[in-house]
Ligand binder design. Sequence first.
Ligand SMILES: [Zn+2]
Length: 266
Amino acid sequence: MRSLNTALACGQYWFKRKLASFDTGSKRKVFQHRGYCPICEKAVTFHADDAWFRDHLVCSDCSSIPRERALFKVLADYFPNYRDLAIHESSPCGRGASVKLNALCKGYSASQYYPDVAPGEVHPQSGYRCENLEELTFPDNSFDLFVTQDVMEHIFDSGKAFQEIARVLRPGGAHIFTAPLINKVKKSECWASRAENGSVVYHHPAEYHGNPIDENRALVTMHWGYDIASFITRVAGMPTVIVMIDDIDKGIRAEYIDVIASFKAE
Ligand SMILES: [Zn+2]
């Protein structure tokens, strides 16, 4: 696994079944809507050339997709002073909320996970610092906000990762993230785990996100449901809310675009 990075976070081909219906030879638009992009902060057109809006309802200006606009809206609603905050993003995407936070926030930093780079060191080619969410090298109370976008469904020890994120957050800070809560009201299910010797144990047929023609796909480890909120509260002590938005005028309409916000006590 290269990292939970751009290919994953930008995953254009999220479900194979949707890939099958994606007609790359056609410029047809199945949907178009004039609205206001929360990321661009201006009037834009949202358009989709595929009915799977989660990956295809893009902003004409910043190319963001619905879950990115939802995440940014929730972040800015809870923390209108986000420009002044210390923000860390694990595995950022090269568009949408990641680009905006990087451009506007002096206190923004980002990391990726590379198995062949020591955590805390900078990858010589990409320039990203290497960080493993299960074992962050940052001191306690380092950040006001921690952001992840479609990452937490790929972590083997998600309990440890949520604890680590809570540790590096400052009191009053928050982890704001997206993860597809595909199980909805059903209990979360572990899809793949890691054995003592480091090998992968598959509890169900292996599933990957990211571009299926790219060998660096990311293994799905969890099928999360809405019980992710109580799980985070239990393991990491952070009260957690799930924000569900359907607002087509802001280009926020799709399956599995819930935004999860976990708050560290003041
Ligand atoms: Zn936009």
